[in-house]
Design a protein around this ligand. Sequence first.
Ligand code: NAP
Ligand code: GDD
Length: 370
Amino acid sequence: MYAVLCLNWIGLCELASPEKEFMRKALITGITGQDGSYLSEFLLAKGYEVHGIIRRASTFNTGRLDDIYADPHELGARLHLHYGDLTEGTCLRRILEAVQPDEIYNLAAQSHVRVSFEQSEYTGDVVATGTLRLLEAVRDHGRAGHKDVRFYQAGSSEMFGAAKPPQSETTPFYPRSPYAVAKVAAHWYAVNYREAWGMFVTNGILFNHESPRRGETFVTRKITRALTRISLGLQKKLYLGNLDALRDWGYAGDYVEAMWLMLQQPSPDDFVVATGESHSVREFLEAAAAELGLDWTGCVDTDPRYFRPTEVDYLRGDSSKARAKLGWRPAVSFRELVSMMVAHDLEMARQERTLLAAGHRHSVHGASMT
Ligand code: NAP
Ligand code: GDD
């Protein structure tokens, strides 16, 4: 909340200091999302000046950045936020001109697969054409004589869709949702700009990655939020869709390191980032319930509205290229991930219960939407 109140352009107008001239600058689209927040922390720790594009919203959308945000009036503030949107090329160009980044991480997306079936045009506009707008802006930026920019494109294992596992960089794409189709388009725009204009553009093809900061309508977080609330008597039922889908789930904090490593390579390339291990939604449910000593069978029901018109049944990544070339490997195991998410959400539920006991009204909003 504090971050938005302080949002302004002061960061761009600060006088240059000698240290600042050597400080590497990163521009992140989608900085307010799960990955944007972890990546910002990671880059700030590496000494970067971090700029992020945020959307104007009628409610605060910077909650994930609150811990790292500093008032730009403060001396040495290295995180700066700019209003913008991937649906508008003009603002992207202006921000690029003002920031002059060394690296761009294009993480912004309407990233919910189920929602993309309802808002397919918008998803295509942000995910596919939004990436194209940004690539065009970077291309012109370079042609205007500015320093070269390294570009990371947030690709997704959803692009593999119905392709047989294990999926690697050489597996043909078979997208199964408007979101996945748009990500495939963005992937190929990125490849084309690399080949046509010699730009440093790298595609990360990341398999599912989760954390306590995961959006609450994605299945893992939906489960950990609901089961922890159920265990404290704050909720009775959890409604889910397909429990048989298999996902290769890793920890978001590990995956942002891979993004950065990709942009430190001598040349641009495409990399799959995955744990190589898959679990079903049911297994995630069982593991989360076991953490809480809860029998989930009585409190979980199926609701057909959470099924997808076309499902992705089985994702399991082969990240041997990233492991060999980037030296990357995941540090957090599936069990540790579940445990971390349950512990976080149990604490949230405890706080909620304390507030309720003290007479406060508390509402959990929107959780039944997706
Ligand atoms: P997320 O939590 O949903 O965050 C998405 C971000 O994009 C948010 O900051 C959101 O802003 C922003 N955004 C949405 N529409 C925008 C627009 N029109 N203009 C500018 N910004 C916009 O997603 P995430 O999990 O961090 O994922 C980051 C990226 O990686 C996404 O591109 C996603 O598709 C991709 N990806 C994710 C995973 C995964 O498992 N997490 C796996 C593979 C690929 P608001 O906060 O204002 O909504
Ligand atoms: N969201 C949700 N809600 N999914 C459910 C539910 C439910 O109630 N019940 C079952 N599922 C199943 C979905 O059908 C899907 O097979 C699986 O759980 C995972 O769904 P999500 O957590 O929504 O993630 P996703 O795999 O569709 O997409 C995520 O990962 C992609 C990478 O593979 C998103 O982060 C995408 O942006 C990302 O690209």
